[in-house]
Design a protein around this ligand. Structure first.
Ligand SMILES: Cc1cc2nc3c(=O)[nH]c(=O)nc-3n(C[C@H](O)[C@H](O)[C@H](O)COP(=O)(O)OP(=O)(O)OC[C@H]3O[C@@H](n4cnc5c(N)ncnc54)[C@H](O)[C@@H]3O)c2cc1C
Length: 420
């Protein structure tokens, strides 16, 4: 079959890889000039490795993507970095049962309750019954208000903003179940990995057309026309549901409404290149447990992957999830850093002397909102348009979005298309 895939993120790339193995003729159309989608990276001229615009790592049990990396000969590195939390003005490691037990900001009883509350979720194999309960109600009830308000409420607010009261416990279950203390990373960065996958696709006879924005999809007599790009037997769209709704005029209004009802937040990061370390104690990931803070996480990438790959620079991400119309999205780099500065000074006074450069990056669609009973809202992979399939990160539930699930989804949709 002649198949078009819209988007060269990991869903599109892995679908292409699988379809080519099954002997199909595959063309990917990508708006950007390189593969990787939300995990896209870049390289400063002084660096040996590429770096993601948005912080990325894998959990060591992200089997689909790690197996794919092994299959195409892309080396994967595994490390055990330090994840800490910034709570009431101090930083404390909090990433394992042992560090929870010694966490002295909560009375022992609260720590034990929190440990039991998280363990009950982690070792529960059944997520479905959890989707009728909100994460906020379960966490505050089982671990108590004090622990919930100190740690989990600020993190939920940072991740979901005003949507917190409707976030499902099934989403939280997925986060807790999948988390591993050791983390994995593709050698050379996610862009290097995506390029290796793209090269493999080309070697297998696939075509990737970059710098091409598809603006319409229409079906007639069993054939699908993709913008001005050509006519295909099957089309896989990996774009956000709302974008797909706008580009396919044949979609029934009921279905369009369903897609438009799926909510999401955007992401904004500042990448700060520095001459010296920003976080102490080799901390890689610092959760900011303060719902009034202007940022959710400080991620010192070079405390995970060595500085030697980046000209001995320190690389720090300052990350945030925000509603698409948040005023931060229209601030200049300088103005955004001015917002962050009072907070950063608390963590590392005088840090600004070490700053080499700051760049900010934003995407409007970064984090799907997962409310209770989300399974009833997910659009199926086949769409109402004949031979057109939708596969994006709003459909990987109960898992949270991630490149691992993009690969799983790509393989799944490829299987459906191939069998159709
Ligand atoms: C801040 C942040 C942190 C994250 N951290 C992690 C992490 O640590 N680990 C992890 O595994 N995942 C992480 N993720 C999630 C991960 O990046 C995504 O789940 C995954 O990349 C989604 O892949 P996708 O192919 O489904 O979609 P996308 O990556 O969004 O790919 C869609 C592609 O379609 C292209 N496109 C859009 N419109 C058009 C058009 N009209 N025509 C042609 N092409 C078009 C886009 O340019 C893009 O390349 C993170 C995401 C964000 C935002």
């Amino acid at each position: 079959m002649k198949i078009a895939i819209i988007g060269a993120g990991f869903t599109g790339l892995s679908a292409a890889y699988k379809l080519l193995q099954e002997g199909h003729n595959v063309t990917i159309f990508e708006r950007d000039s390189a593969p990787g989608g939300l995990a896209l990276g870049y390289k400063e001229k002084e660096w040996d490795w590429t770096l993601e615009y948005f912080y990325h790592h894998w959990f060591t049990n992200d089997a689909a993507v790690i197996n794919l990396a092994h299959e195409i000969g892309a080396p994967v590195l595994i490390k055990r970095p330090n994840t800490s939390s910034y709570i009431n003005g101090t930083m404390q490691q909090l990433d394992s049962p042992l560090t929870l037990l010694t966490f002295n900001k909560l009375p022992l009883l609260d720590r034990l309750r929190m440990g039991i509350s998280l363990a009950l979720l982690r070792y529960n194999p059944f997520w479905k019954p959890l989707e009728s309960v909100t994460a906020a109600s379960y966490l505050s009830m089982t671990m108590g208000e004090r622990a919930y308000k100190m740690i989990w409420e600020p993190l939920l607010i940072g991740k979901f903003r005003s949507f917190v009261p409707k976030i499902s416990l099934a989403w939280f279950w997925a986060r807790v179940t999948k988390r591993t203390t050791s983390l994995a990373y593709p050698e050379g960065g996610f862009l290097a990995f995506a390029e290796k996958l793209a090269d493999t696709i080309k070697q297998k006879g696939g075509t990737i057309v970059y710098n091409t924005t598809v603006d319409s999809i229409t079906e007639k007599a069993g054939k699908v026309t993709v913008g001005k790009e050509g006519v295909f037997d099957r089309v896989i769209v990996t774009l956000p549901s709302g974008v797909f709704a706008k580009m396919a005029p044949q979609l029934p209004s009921q279905y369009v409404k369903k897609l438009q009802n799926l909510e999401s937040l955007g992401a904004l990061v500042a990448i700060v290149r520095m001459k010296k370390d920003f976080l102490p104690d080799n901390i890689y990931w610092l959760n900011v447990c303060d719902s009034k803070a202007p940022l959710l996480a400080i991620v010192e990438h070079t405390h995970f992957m060595g500085k030697s790959h980046y000209n001995n620079e320190t690389i720090v991400y300052l990350g945030n999830y925000l509603a698409k119309d948040h005023p931060y999205f229209s601030l200049s780099e300088k103005a955004l850093m001015k917002e962050f500065d009072p907070y950063l000074q608390k963590i590392h006074p005088g840090y600004e002397k070490n700053v080499i450069d700051v760049k900010t990056y934003a995407v409007p669609f970064a984090q799907p909102i997962i409310p209770v009973h989300y399974s009833e809202q997910i659009p199926p992979l086949p769409t109402p348009i004949n031979h057109v399939y939708l596969a994006n990160m709003q459909q990987v539930y109960p898992w949270d979005r991630g490149t691992n699930y993009a690969v799983e989804l790509g393989e799944k949709v490829a299987g459906l298309v191939s069998a159709s």
